[in-house]
Design a binder for this molecule. Sequence first.
Ligand code: 5RP
Length: 262
Amino acid sequence: MDWGMENRLSKTIKPDGRAFYLAMDHGYFQGVPAGLENAGAAAKPLLKYVDAVFMPRGSIRATLDPRMETPLILRVSGGNSMVGDDLSHENLSVSMTEIIRLNAAAVGYSVYVGSKYEHQTILGLAKLVDECQIYGIPVMAVTAVGREEESKTARYLGLAARVCAEQGADVVKTYYCDDFDKVVAGCPVPVVIAGGPRTENDLEVLEFVYNGIQAGAIGVNLGRNIWKNDSPEGMARALQAVIHENKTPKEAFEIYESMKNA
Ligand code: 5RP
């Protein structure tokens, strides 16, 4: 592996092999979610707990302080919205020049396996990997957006993750599901878990993240279950404890509660 690629990867996958990404790229498929009206303001108190922030370039430039130390994962696909003809009608939307200008430690790109525009999104990933390999920039493939609920099976997510890894993604983001170890076993690159809609109770988040890590995931790319929480800081700190300190869900929940009630 070239020095630049290894250096960037080391910023987003920590020495313990684990990763905690804060996802704030939801506008186009969620509208303006409560808690994310100003992404930079929402991110600011959480930056000390996470290993990277995942955002689109407009939000980065408009709302984040360029002097921040937390690495950026830049969303580089788009062209669609929640009210368009089909959410899967997405494509590469950011140039390599922009990726480098924004000093991205990695990029994130969505692939819609099993959807109408599957073909263009898979080939777009392949093209992105070709370019990013030249400049030593890791690619995180994002699977199953918009299909969080109906497609949470190891068979579907395992296929989606495998397709992305075969096209050269360095990290794959997918949802947690039953038999998650099968998803990880079939994916030859590191897997991070997304959260989907906010869970009914807060312990549940810590449990699925813990279980996902036990099943082989290296960490999370998590959004709504952090910034929609009543205590985003408490949840971020508790997740950090599960991901990097091997705390059990119960132990982490105690951390969450003590911060929430402080
Ligand atoms: C959307 C994404 C999100 O970053 C990902 O789904 C994580 O967010 P959440 O935990 O809210 O699902 O990739 O394109």
